[in-house]
Design a protein. Sequence first.
Length: 99
Amino acid sequence: MSPLRLFALSALAAAALAAPAAAGSTAYYQAELTAPVETAKFVAGGLVWNCDGTSCSAGKDTSRPLFVCRKLAKETSAVVRFSADGQDLSTEDLARCNG
């Protein structure tokens, strides 16, 4: 096998293995909205959100989760569930998010 072909196959295999890990590591915030968004990808509060129907996710930010939730709610519909790094907002903070 030629060195160029071996390199191409190695690069392809590395990309295939890295893609699922990279995709899973980018969703730090998860949100469930009351209504679907108009566009699947948009910016709210400086974060790029990816949505499928009423389920949305975004990468990590330096703001507190409540502030991130508020920014999302202002750009979309009410938020019925919001989590940061797998930790759901409390009922009280969720009410503040939508308030």
